[in-house]
Write a protein that binds this ligand. Structure first.
Ligand code: HMG
Length: 407
């Protein structure tokens, strides 16, 4: 059977960040709450000349350029987001225009909170695997701006960024057998954004419960699809990446996995297994969330990129478990079988480089950026061109005749 999966991947993060130390000072909260309690250090802040469309196009452009992919070969373009810019027109259509992707391509937007990206990815893998031609490719993009509003409990988990993945047969990075995936969905109100609301309504503690319930459900189906007994899953996976709204959510998730997989063991043994497996299998994927925050749909894939940059060739031929969760709620546990000889892909990620190039902004600058709605944005093209650089190829300049303008 021909393998299908991901051939390449890229990330785009905005050029600014606010430190959690600054945020804590401004909010009158001990900085330890954010830095130790949540495990976060910096949150990405998106400027007014960028949005979900530009971040998506900026991530995807990297993938097309580094793989030398002709946009005409893209047969399916899926953009997943909960930061959409229009009730009707898909973010994917804007991206199609910016990247000059041909007309013989299925183009659509997916929404299911943070889970939407995985839904789009699984659908794209299945579609490419059904297609007879090996030259056809899918481009799946996750792009989001996590904003909770000034002073909200979720503010310290904000972030922004986009991830793009190239899906094809005989994939160069990893293959995915979607028939093994374990899924879990349930109608809950843990985090939602009614139409017309600029920020979500969140039942924070309940959202953590829902996340852990979904993990349990998805893991149980995944294990049974693999034909493994309870207790064997932990050793089966070399690395695990959990959806990460904040760094310590990965700790809570891993603790729950140990409770499920090592049921019956005394607490001390469970704690030992937890510490060992967390540092070997989970910690190498945490760099992105600590430095960027929650990027909703792309979060789990930013974890994958962090893992690849940190562990490099150690990930070759390994099995990576991916847990994707979206409020509302929907979740899926899937397995990435990493290929060998992936060092050129890892070299081309440039995630740490993007993080290092960012500029720190003050709390006041953060409030200025986040007080303005996109309808108030206006830049002359010459002025906006100066915001472009190696990673920022597309910027938003405002509206003309009710149409969003990009250069
Ligand atoms: P909160 O009420 O601000 O914080 O809400 P807290 O009081 O629960 O404290 C957080 C942690 O800091 C606790 O640790 C405290 O003990 C600790 P824990 O008990 O959890 O291990 N702490 C301190 N540690 C050291 N020194 C101190 C100190 N003070 C406290 N001085 C909450 C936290 C995460 C609920 C909030 O930020 C929130 O509502 N976030 C948004 C929702 C969220 O992220 N939910 C996660 C699961 S749902 C999900 O992942 C989906 C999502 O991505 C959306 C989507 O799908 O689109 C969010």
């Amino acid at each position: 059977m021909v393998e299908v999966g991901v051939s390449d991947i890229a990330i785009y993060v905005p050029p600014f960040y606010l430190s959690h130390e600054e945020l804590a000072k401004a909010r009158g909260v001990p900085k330890e709450k954010y830095i130790i309690g949540l495990g976060n250090q910096k949150m990405a802040v998106i400027p007014n000349w960028e949005d979900a469309v530009t971040m998506a196009a900026n991530a995807a452009m990297q993938v097309l350029e580094k793989t030398g992919t002709d946009p005409e070969e893209i047969q399916q373009l899926v953009v997943s987001t909960e930061s959409g810019v229009d009730h009707s027109k898909a973010v994917a259509s804007f991206v199609q225009g910016l990247l000059k992707i041909g007309t013989r391509c299925r183009v659509y937007e997916v929404k299911h909170a943070c889970y939407g990206g995985t839904a789009g990815l699984v659908d794209s893998i299945d579609r490419i695997s059904r297609n007879g031609k090996t030259t056809r490719k899918g481009l799946v993009i996750m792009t989001d701006i996590a904003k909770y509003g000034f002073g909200n409990a979720g503010e310290s988990t904000q972030g922004a960024g986009a991830v793009a993945l190239l899906v094809e047969k005989n994939p160069r990075l990893c293959s995915v057998d979607t028939s093994l995936n374990g899924v879990f969905s349930k109608d809950v109100f843990d985090f939602w954004r009614p139409t017309g609301h600029r920020v979500p309504i969140v039942d924070g503690k309940f959202s953590i419960e829902c996340y852990l319930m979904a993990l349990e459900g998805a893991v149980s189906e995944f294990r049974s699809n693999l034909g493994l007994e309870q207790g064997k899953l932990l050793d089966y996976m070399d690395y695990i990446i959990y959806h990460m709204p904040f760094t310590n959510m990965a700790r809570k998730a891993h603790r729950r996995l140990i409770e499920i997989e090592r049921e019956g063991k005394d607490l001390e043994t469970q704690e030992e297994i937890y510490n060992q497996t967390f540092s070997d299998k989970v910690a190498p994927g945490l760099m992105g969330v600590r430095e960027v925050g929650n990027i909703y749909t792309g979060s789990v894939y930013m974890g994958l990129i962090s893992l690849l940059e940190n562990e490099r060739e150690k990930t070759e031929g390994k099995r990576i478990g991916i847990f994707s969760y979206g409020s509302g709620c929907g979740a899926e546990f899937l397995l990435y079988n990493m290929q060998t000889k992936i060092s050129d892909i890892i070299d081309s990620l440039h995630f740490k480089e993007q993080l290092d190039k960012r500029k720190e902004i003050t709390f006041e600058q953060y409030t200025q950026f986040y007080s303005k709605s996109s309808e108030e944005v206006f830049y002359y093209p010459d002025e906006a061109s100066s915001f472009k650089n190696r990673y920022t190829k597309f910027v938003f300049t405002g509206f003309k005749d009710h149409k969003r303008q990009y250069i």
